[in-house]
Design a protein around this ligand. Structure first.
Ligand code: 6PG
Length: 621
């Protein structure tokens, strides 16, 4: 893989000397950015005028194009002051840049320039120091060190790996294969205890590529990585993540990056982010969706943390799923925003799964055989409700063992790992109606009380009254309920983002969910396209259409459940949401009166135009 190294720093920091020395040592061309100024800039500078940002813009773009060409060949080393972050963003467009900052204090560099008879007005150097936005990524070399020390530090990186993965479970291993398939030099680590003793050696046998090194010693793994290190953790959420961080941090150096790609709770991510910042290390929480296949072929990735740090982890975009060449790895927001978005992704996933379970139950109550349900859902998959989850249903329903559908042998008690519950709790914490996610979570809880259900069914069970559902109605109800579910989830993200000042772009969220993830669907693609044009979610044409709809199908399906004794918590939650959000006069005046009656909590009056709470003595006539 060719290297693109950009050496940055103020004038006189030693960029050219280091660039030339590296060029010789690494055998890749050296470019001096000053040699590529357009004539207008040269003319301006020769009149003693300094360049402004708009003068620099075409020059930086041209340098980026030049570097892109070199990247396809043997690579390049560029010396460029690149004092501002915005310049570096342009320079590194579509490129895996290794940044090196030559860092020294003003007096040191000024005196060095004087000693070299290199005249530079003191104010000019001072203004460069004032302009310098020190990057929070990349390798920082001290100007007090010798050229030889700099050279050795960089050259030593030559054989080091660009990216590290810790944890070769099913997901970690798939991500590692994916990373290698993109030609990214990789180091992997897994502990070698108990039944994990041969995981690393087995993986290396399977991959057998010089691009990959494997380790069972964490110290050796860390030493095998390029600095600043980019280490992706794929270990179970919770305590194992903290344990791994504690093991790693004493071995790391300033600006190294730990990327947690598990299903961590976003509050834990915020805590870890802050703790590592204090140690001058970076922590990035990335929601990863798509299961084993996604991890292998390109998952949806939802990164959160410092934007500049995330931008420097170009490997994420390289391994993520793509839609028309665009990676589903948009930046989500600061702190725990990435894991937050993944959590709500899973909440929506819970409700979509539950809706499909309810569709199955309705069709079973209508006397459909399992094979007929499979055929019907397969036909739906050719329409606008097409989705990953709907698409796996025929496979699930057609799987047989000795002539029996496997689905009939599976215990009807659903478990979960937490993200659905966390999403529901989060909606409660922020006062947002994510009723479909809550209904789906609660449905899993009811299913899990299996012994009680069976016993109550024996005593009080109502037989399912046979009726034939209108499948067109069912299709339309499923379509409307799916829209309401996504609306609730996205509105929750919006509300929490506003509350925490995260500035999450729903368009970027939907774009990330277009491919690679469990939620990918035609519906998400429509959300992504519409959100890219309108920012207010209620203003989206597809949401307006859902509200304008007469909801007749959804009503008929909910009635079908009542008439046939089939519980339909998610369909009902969807319909109730539509009712509730189109009811100008709600019944909450009764609630307020009751609160005031027994607790003197106060209420606001429609006929008094201020926020003053009123209290009434309700028993005094
Ligand atoms: C994904 C999935 C994945 C996992 C869920 C399952 O996006 O790839 O959501 O993260 O399958 O954790 O969650 P439950 O075990 O809670 O159903």
């Amino acid at each position: 893989m060719s290297r693109i190294i950009i050496i940055m720093g103020v004038s006189g920091s030693g960029k050219t000397s280091l660039g030339l020395a590296l060029s010789q040592a690494l055998q890749i061309p050296f470019l001096d950015a000053d040699d590529f100024h357009p004539q207008e800039n040269i003319d301006k500078m020769s009149q003693g005028l300094s360049l402004n940002d708009s003068d620099r813009a075409p020059w930086l773009l041209a340098l980026n194009t030049l570097l892109q060409t070199h990247h396809k060949q043997e690579g390049a080393i560029l010396a460029c002051s690149a004092l501002k972050e915005s310049y570096r963003v342009t320079l590194s467009r579509k490129l895996p840049v290794e940044w090196i900052l030559l860092k020294g204090d003003y007096d040191l560099i000024y005196n060095r320039m004087r000693a070299r008879d290199h005249f530079m007005p003191a104010e000019l150097l001072r203004s460069q120091f004032d302009t310098l936005e020190v990057p929070s990524y990349g390798l920082q070399l001290s100007a007090t060190d010798s050229l030889e020390t700099w050279k050795t530090t960089v050259v030593q990186q030559k054989n080091k790996k660009h990216f590290g993965i810790i944890g070769l479970g099913v997901m970690g291993k798939s991500l590692a294969f994916n990373t290698l398939s993109k030609g990214i030099p990789l180091a992997v680590y897994n502990r070698a205890i108990g039944n994990e003793s041969t995981i690393v050696s087995d993986f290396l046998k399977e991959t057998s590529t010089p691009l990959c090194d494997g380790y069972t010693s964490i110290k050796e793994f860390v030493n095998a990585l390029h600095t600043p290190r980019k280490i992706l953790l794929m270990v179970p959420a919770g305590q194992p993540v903290d344990a791994m961080i504690n093991e790693l941090t004493p071995l790391l150096t300033t600006n190294d990056i730990i990327i947690d790609a598990g299903n961590s709770h976003y509050v834990d991510t915020e805590r870890r982010y802050k703790a590592l910042k204090e140690q001058q290390l970076h922590f990035v929480g990335v929601g990863v969706s798509g299961g084993q296949e996604g991890a292998l072929k390109g998952p949806s990735m939802m990164p959160g943390g410092d934007k500049t740090v995330i931008d420097s982890i170009w490997e994420l975009k390289a391994i993520a799923a793509k839609v028309q060449g665009i990676s589903c790895a948009n930046y989500m927001g600061p702190d725990g925003a990435g894991h937050y978005v993944k959590m709500i992704h899973n909440g929506i996933e819970y409700a979509q799964m539950q809706l499909l379970a309810e569709v199955y139950d309705i069709l079973k109550a209508s006397d459909y055989s399992t094979a007929e349900v499979a055929a019907l859902l397969e036909a739906w998959q050719k329409t606008g409700v097409k989705s990953y989850l709907l698409g796996i249903m025929p496979d699930i329903l057609r799987k047989e063992e000795n002539g029996t559908p496997l689905i009939d042998l599976i215990v009807d008690a659903a478990s979960g790992k937490g993200t659905g519950v966390w999403s529901s709790k989060n909606a409660l914490d922020y006062g947002m109606p994510a009723t479909m996610i809550a209904a789906a979570v609660q449905a899993r809880f009811s299913s899990s009380q299996r012994d009680l259900r069976i016993s109550l069914a024996q005593q009080y069970g109502r037989p399912t009254t046979a009726q034939k559902v209108d499948v067109q109605m069912l299709f339309e109800a499923y379509s409307t309920a799916s829209i309401v579910n996504h609306l609730q989830g996205l509105a929750l993200i919006q509300a929490v983002s506003n509350n925490l000042n995260w500035h999450i772009s729903l368009a970027d969220v939907a774009q990330n969910w277009r491919a690679g993830c469990i939620l990918k669907s035609e519906l998400v693609a429509r959300f992504a396209l519409e959100l890219a044009k309108n920012h207010e979610i209620e203003e989206l044409p597809l949401i307006k259409a859902a509200f304008e709809n007469d909801w007749d199908s959804l009503k008929q399906i909910c009635k079908f459940g009542i008439d046939t004794n089939v519980p339909l918590p998610c369909f009902n939650a969807a319909l109730t949401h539509l009712f509730a959000f189109t009811q100008a006069q709600s019944s909450a005046n009764i609630i307020q009166a009751q609160r005031d009656y027994f607790g003197a909590h106060g209420y606001k009056r429609k006929d008094i135009d201020n926020d003053q709470l009123q209290h009434t003595n309700w028993t005094q006539q």
